[in-house]
Each structure stands twice: as structure tokens, then as C-alpha cells.
Design a binder for this molecule. Structure first.
Ligand SMILES: [Zn+2]
Length: 330
């Protein structure tokens, strides 16, 4: 990710609003459950454990072994692309794997970038898009930056969710995975030097009408942190924020969400700007902040496999799967 626009501890008023919502959620939970919901999951029963946090962690390790440094133009970037492609051979055989190649104009000159889109067709018209970037920062190419939390573990999260939907095709909306390139700044973060992949894809989807099919975009960023504390990102679409709050209640992960709130510049913005309901599911508070590391482990050589955990990835997987179930119920 990202540039932090500012975050703050929750105010009294927000806590009060949450208490009101909890009442509403308790009421919803008391409603009778149907046999099956649109997501192919039992209605009324939360979906914790469908996707394994340990499997995501192990896959993150494998990804980092194959492609530790994944900045644009590096052999590691090519290895990362191959790693992603290798995961989706069954989808490619069905024509449900798309490479979206483009050339980005960057402060370091033109760079060729690749987004990857994987589609699991559902039964209902429309799609839920899960989104993560997979590359590492070009400006950090000269330090040992591998982005275990920042790009790698969320790529593994989406791959494991994909394996679930390969075995259990969506019964509601289609589920699309997007692995986007060029999220990070090439030189220094600005409106023009950032979010290359999602700006390109959102514009393309607007031109060709695909954007009309997208019911929601769920963005995963930096949510493998051992000390997982998902931010209430204030630009995200309010009904999706409410749904994430409900998902945390349903999966018993309320301790991991919304202790802080703030605005982020991240891959959700190009979709939000086009009116697509989008949420940035992100933990910006990564590692202890010291004089030497004023932003904790973020964008440092400390962003390693040792500072993420299977337990946090389990929480993140549960929240994503429950969000998909709840969106299908809406
Ligand atoms: Zn980053």
C-alpha cells in the first residue's frame, strides 16, 4: 500500500453508533435461516474456517521463496507473475483467466505492467471482486524488501479463496479475483504516481461496460499482521463497512476490527470514483513504531514472514468469506 491520510482513535459517537448496529445485528441473527443462501453456504451460519489461514501462510512462504523482490522489471516480478498463473491452470483451461497487460507512464519511464483476473461464474447476474496488489515497491528495490504483509500474503489469501470456489462454485454472484500490478509509487506517492493497475482496470471496465456488473469490490491490503487490527477506512462505501462489522460479529473476530479509523489512499479509490461500492480492508498499524522505524515495519526490510501469522490470515479469510455470504444475502 498506500499513503496514510490520517487516522484516529474511535470517538465516543462512533462507539454509540456501533452499539446501535450490534442491536440490529442481534435482531438479524435471530431470523430463521433458509436451507441454502446465494453463496452456496448455509444461510444464517457464518463461514469461519472454510479457507485455511495456515494454507494461506504456507502459500505466502512459497510465494516469497519464488519471488521475494517483485519490483517492476525484475526477474522476481516475472516469477511472481508465473506463480500466480501456475495457481489457476484449471480456470485458464475454462477461459476464466485473463491477463490485462498495459504500459504505464511512470516517473522512471514507461513500464509494462500486468493485472490478472480470475473468474468463478455464479448463478446471479453480477460479480463480487476481491482485489490485491502483488508487486513490491520500485523505490525499495535496493533494500531487502519482500512485502510479506504488503502484497504477498493477500495474494495468497485470494489464491486460497479461489481454490475454495473452484471446489464450490458460487451459487450467488460470480466471484472475480483481481491481482493488480503497480499499486505502489514508482518514485514518490502522488495522484499520478500510484495505483497504476487499478486506475487502468477501472477505466477499462468503465469503457467496456464491465463495471456495471460489479456489485462490490473488497480490497485486501496488509491483513496478515500478527497483531491484526483492521482499520475503519472512512472513504469506503458505508454499507460495506457495516457489513464488515457484521461479518466480524458473525465470525467472532470483533477484537480484530475497527479500533481505529482513518482515510487511506489505496486501490479502492479508482473504483469508488466510478461509483462502485468498494471497501479497503487494511491494517495500517504494522509493528512497533520507533525512531529508527517511524512507520513500524511498513515499507521496511522488517516486512517478513516472521511478522505475519496464520492466525491473522485465518481471521482475514473468515471475514472475506463471510462478507461474500452477506453480500449474496443482501
Ligand atoms: Zn506498500
Amino acid at each position: 500500500m498506500i499513503r496514510v491520510l490520517g487516522s484516529l482513535l474511535r470517538s465516543e459517537g462512533r462507539v454509540a453508533r456501533r452499539a446501535g448496529l450490534l442491536l440490529a445485528i442481534a435482531f438479524c441473527a435471530a431470523l430463521p435461516a433458509g436451507a441454502k443462501n446465494q453463496g452456496g453456504q448455509a444461510a444464517g451460519s457464518p463461514v469461519a474456517g472454510q479457507v485455511s489461514g495456515q494454507a494461506i501462510y504456507t502459500l505466502t512462504q512459497q510465494f516469497l521463496t519464488v519471488a521475494p523482490k517483485r519490483f517492476n522489471g525484475s526477474p522476481g516480478h516475472l516469477a511472481a507473475e508465473q506463480f500466480i498463473k501456475d495457481q489457476f491452470k484449471p480456470e485458464a483451461a475454462k477461459g476464466n483467466f485473463e491477463t490485462d497487460a498495459f504500459t504505464a507512464s511512470t516517473p522512471a519511464g514507461p513500464q509494462s505492467m500486468r493485472n490478472y483476473i480470475v473468474r468463478y461464474p455464479g448463478k446471479k447476474d453480477g460479480a463480487i471482486v476481491l482485489l490485491t496488489h502483488y508487486e513490491t515497491n520500485y523505490p525499495l528495490k535496493d533494500i531487502n524488501f519482500v512485502g510479506a504483509n504488503d502484497g504477498a500474503c493477500t495474494s495468497a489469501l485470494l489464491i486460497e479463496i479461489g481454490k475454495y470456489f473452484r471446489a464450490h462454485p458460487p451459487q450467488g454472484y460470480s466471484v472475480w479475483l483481481v491481482f493488480d500490478d503497480g499499486e505502489e509509487a514508482v518514485k514518490e506517492w502522488s495522484d499520478t504516481d500510484s495505483l497504476y493497475g487499478t486506475k487502468h482496470l477501472a477505466a477499462k471496465w468503465q469503457r467496456d461496460g464491465t463495471i456495471e456488473k460489479v456489485k462490490a469490490v473488497l480490497l485486501a491490503d496488509m491483513i496478515g499482521d500478527k497483531d491484526l487490527n483492521i482499520l475503519e477506512e472512512t472513504q469506503s462505501t458505508p454499507w460495506l463497512t457495516d457489513l464488515l462489522r457484521q461479518a466480524a460479529v458473525n465470525t467472532h473476530h470483533t477484537a480484530n476490527v475497527f479500533k481505529t479509523e482513518g482515510a487511506e489512499e489505496d486501490d479502492h479509490l479508482p473504483f469508488l470514483k466510478r461509483g462502485v461500492p468498494t471497501i479497503d480492508i487494511i491494517d495500517v498499524d504494522y509493528g512497533p513504531k520507533t525512531q529508527a522505524l517511524p512507520d513500524g515495519y511498513h515499507h521496511t526490510a522488517q516486512d517478513t514472514i516472521n511478522n505475519i501469522s496464520a492466525k491473522s490470515l485465518q481471521v482475514s479469510a473468515d471475514l472475506f468469506m463471510e462478507m461474500i455470504r452477506l453480500i449474496n444475502q443482501k
